[in-house]
Design a binder for this molecule. Sequence first.
Ligand SMILES: Nc1ncnc2c1ncn2[C@@H]1O[C@H](COP(=O)(O)OP(=O)(O)OP(=O)(O)O)[C@@H](O)[C@H]1O
Length: 767
Amino acid sequence: MDDLIRTLDSDVEIESEEEFAQSKGRQKRKEKQEDAGGLNPEFVFDLTDATYGQILSEHASLGDVVNSGTKPQPISVDDIIARRKVERIPESRKRKREEDSEDESVSDDESEIQPDGSSESESQSPKNSSQKDEEDEIQSDAESSSEEEEEETEMDKERKAAFFAAEEEQMQDMPSTFLTMNLSRPIMKSLTSLSFHTPTPIQAATIPVALLGKDIVGNAVTGSGKTAAFMIPILERLLYRQKGKNAAATRCLVLVPTRELAVQCFEVGTKLAAHTDIQMSLVVGGLSLKAQEATLRSKPDLVIATPGRLIDHLRNSPTFNLDALDVLVLDEADRMLSDGFADELEEIVKSCPRSRQTMLFSATMTDSVDELVKMSLNKPVRLFVDPKRATAKGLVQEFVRVKAGRESERAAILVTLCKRTFRERVIIFFRSKKLAHQMRIMFGLLDMRADELHGDLTQEQRLTSLQAFRDGKVDYLMATDLASRGLDIKGIETVINYDMPGQLAQYLHRVGRTARAGKNGRSVTLVGEADRKMLKAAIKHGSSEDKVRHRLVPAEVVEKWSEQIGSLQDEIQIVLDQEKEAKQMRQAEMELQKGENMLKYEDEIFSRPARTWFQTSKEKEQAQEKSRRQYEAGLGDNKAAKVVAGKATIKPKRDKFAGLSRKAKRRKLAQEEDAQIKDSVTIKASIREAKKAQRPTRIGLPEGRKAGKEKRGKAKAIRKKTSTKLGKGLGFSKDAAETSRRGREGARASKTDAIGRPKQRQKSSKG
Ligand SMILES: Nc1ncnc2c1ncn2[C@@H]1O[C@H](COP(=O)(O)OP(=O)(O)OP(=O)(O)O)[C@@H](O)[C@H]1O
């Protein structure tokens, strides 16, 4: 722990553009030489930088895929900022800016890079006592953090032993190459074209077990290739599905918490399945319902979805169901198991057959039995790769202290960091959407190229700004925790936490946007007095190999930026006002258009069947509120969070009949019953009928036998019989027919199945 905290004496602030470029070159060369941590350092995440661009450009009109609903059309804040800069900024302010920027170059000169690697200002002026105090305090945080180990009780251990597969079944003889995993030729071909030469540890551990059809709970640090770890076995198994006219069915489902992550996952799947005939579909909110309904009608083999939209389709798309599901994957599973998604997840799990294989993954995966029972797992294999390490090997974690009473300087500290040191490929996380938006405006006014990513944007805006950041069109992405999980953007060099997140998991995911796939990266977190506990936890969870540092930011530069930011407040407000006005205008135009459409197409609109909703908007709001409280309580992953969340929602419920006379009570009750009956009899019955008619042929059942039995009108009995006889392996016809290990792929694993030991595959089954 001694040298765990290093103050950034030797960590140079970069001065001129030339030096900046030179130092970048040096850093890149150094990165290449460094150990790549088991991954290929030369690897380029080849989603050809067009992940979102493709989605956006594939459709002639964004209206095809982007469902902006009643939200106003995007307003360009950049345009407003540019206008303000050109037209409104008074000359005097412009002059002041010029003076300030001169000052800035002076202060930059002061901290020139010295041959010994330290900056001149730092070497000239010995550290003052307050700086020394700061170092001591953070050092002591690092030391004390190691003392607070959480103990697992004996009872917890016993419960885990009973719940998970036996230890000896977990992670034995992991294959060291993809070749020894006996993957099919089309998958191998895709792996080669993606430059995936060697499996990452989580892939080596997961793929053989997943191919045996076992349930899995997987954990490995951010950026360690978990997506491919579940995607490869899914695709490999799907290659052996029953094919033919009546065999089409959705057999695999991947659930993720955010739309952007779903798009990314879909892209990874598409690349890996490039040489196969596997059909995939992306089902996320914000994209066109109609287009999704159309693709779901063709019963894609694999669906990648966010929960809300999936439920919408389950309820309202008559031909879509999950009756034939064989594999269910929850990516970012700890988030999906959290309170915010609880109801939606329950509804989805209810729609899946119990005999499915279930796989859960996250970099902050819980192995708490209480959390996992919801998923009705069957003796899951626990694959926790290097559980002691919570951050990537190449990550340097830096902390900047925000002293008590100087909270107002956060923005100035951020600008100082970005103007002096972190000039490109930086993602900056904020607690709130408002703050992220205002900072984006401020950066714009300070001539720094920035964009934003949060839930207040339309889906089109979200995808476009992510793409702009990927393409390097902007240097800074102002994001909320919407972007903290899973996003894999090539070359993010720095993650800045404007504020310390409330949960350790959130912190780990945020900083995990850099230092991915064996690369190096840096996180810089502004730590206030209230964040002490979280700082300790963050330090504790970085492994000893990770470098943890304390960054000092020159007070005089912060002060200068503070003044300048203060003088920009009016400008920011004007931009916000103009934006609001423009939005209101757009909204009014849209309302008008909506009214016109209603008049014009009234008959058509009212002839459509009413959609049913899983949650009313009030229930949805409540779920979001619950989630928000849990987040803000900062204790989402422990019991205390539930207490807090629980407290917040436990209000004395007002009886809906309170204050009504008996007669009024009876009338209200009767009205409610009527409404229910109307719903269930008309809508639900027709949906049930339609779904029944479309029910997929039970996979794996020999055609002749099935036809005969169906003729005898015992379809129900057949379903029961086949599901007990062949279990989930039915989805993969060849599996059911073969007696080799290969043949058991897709079948519910038996206790005696060996894990991780690659066995020889029969030649004939290849390909
Ligand atoms: N076998 C491999 N060889 C080289 N690179 C790989 C390999 N597997 C995955 N990668 C790359 O590693 C990067 C991170 O992968 P991925 O996004 O799946 O990580 P993750 O573990 O899911 O991260 P997170 O926890 O943040 O969601 C991607 O750019 C991916 O292309």
